[in-house]
Design a protein. Structure first.
Length: 85
């Protein structure tokens, strides 16, 4: 049996972008991660500085989540490592 979650929750937060190797990443604050439906991967839709995106949040191994910010999203949203979005 396959079920699909159709309800959408809005979780708003500010977080600083950082760099791991050559990737720009955003770690969700603990309070935001706790509001997600899973401690594992979570597919999300969101906006950064008004720019819409879809991605999968990855678990960080400490009950939190993070996401990679690709170059296209960074440029469209006008953000870079060290910025808060």
């Amino acid at each position: 049996m396959v079920t699909q979650r159709t309800e959408e929750a809005t979780i708003r937060f500010d977080a600083a972008l950082s760099t791991i190797d050559t990737s720009t990443v955003l770690r969700l604050p603990e309070t935001a991660s706790k509001n997600l439906p899973s401690r594992g991967q979570v597919a999300v839709r969101g906006t950064i500085n008004g720019v819409e995106f879809q991605t999968v949040l990855e678990p960080d191994g400490n009950s939190g989540h993070w996401m990679r910010i690709d170059d296209a999203l960074r440029h469209a949203a006008g953000i870079s490592a060290g910025d808060t979005a």
